[in-house]
Design a protein around this ligand. Structure first.
Ligand SMILES: [Ca+2]
Ligand SMILES: [Ca+2]
Ligand SMILES: [Ca+2]
Length: 212
């Protein structure tokens, strides 16, 4: 029954993402967090020898603002964690959710596509999207491999969108639960612990197969 679906795992994932976005840990997601995000991304790229001009940094911030607008309905849902979770859960129940989320993902994808070539390289994914929100390189690699469905080493907007839809709307444990790195099974609602562990294992096995 659709009405009685258990949303606790979906809620857990959404709240986890909220914590990622709340850079200054003040329990709300707003423009100040985005400035910190864009700054961090620019610093990380510079550290890796990718030059970021002032103009590009300004552009990066503008683009990250689009992520904010899309994820928080122009600030409305960023006020606190509960509102953010309610907003995304409600949205995910709408019949036209996938179409809506595709529109939603486009500016987000473009924000991370620093060189604007229409795909996300590993560096764009790691330095702009994942490392600033606190993911380790190992976790980001797991995430990248999961999202890179056709294993061609770059992420297309379709791959990115499918993974985002999975992460934010799947109520059961799927591989897309790991699209923002490993989830510790101790943190999730009790009934999902076992499927988290088996999914982690099957993801690890599939990586081993790839390398074999
Ligand atoms: Ca904040
Ligand atoms: Ca790119
Ligand atoms: Ca790909």
């Amino acid at each position: 029954m659709v009405c009685c679906q258990d949303r606790s795992f979906q809620k857990y994932k959404i709240e986890r993402y909220f914590d990622f976005l709340d850079f200054d840990n003040n329990q709300s997601v707003n423009v100040e967090d985005l400035v910190l995000w864009a700054d961090k991304a620019a610093v990380l790229m510079k550290e890796d020898g990718i030059s970021v001009s002032e103009e590009q940094k300004k552009q990066l911030l503008q683009r990250i603002r689009r992520v904010f607008n899309a994820m928080t309905a122009y600030g409305f849902a960023g006020k606190n964690k509960q509102r953010f979770a309610n907003y995304l859960i409600t949205t995910s129940k709408l019949p036209f959710f996938k179409t809506f989320f595709k529109l939603f993902c486009k500016p987000v994808f473009e924000a991370f596509d620093f060189d604007g070539n229409g795909e996300l390289s590993w560096k764009e994914f790691y330095y702009i999207m994942m490392k600033p929100i606190g993911l380790s390189e190992e976790d980001a690699k797991i995430a990248f491999n999961i999202v890179d469905e056709d294993k061609n080493g770059v992420l297309s907007i379709e791959e990115f969108t499918i993974a985002a839809i999975g992460y934010f709307s799947d109520t059961k444990v799927t591989k897309y639960a790991f699209a923002y790195g490993k989830i510790d099974s101790d943190d999730v609602p009790e009934k999902f612990k076992e499927s988290i562990d088996t999914t982690i294992k099957s993801i690890a096995d599939s990586f081993n197969d790839d390398q074999a």
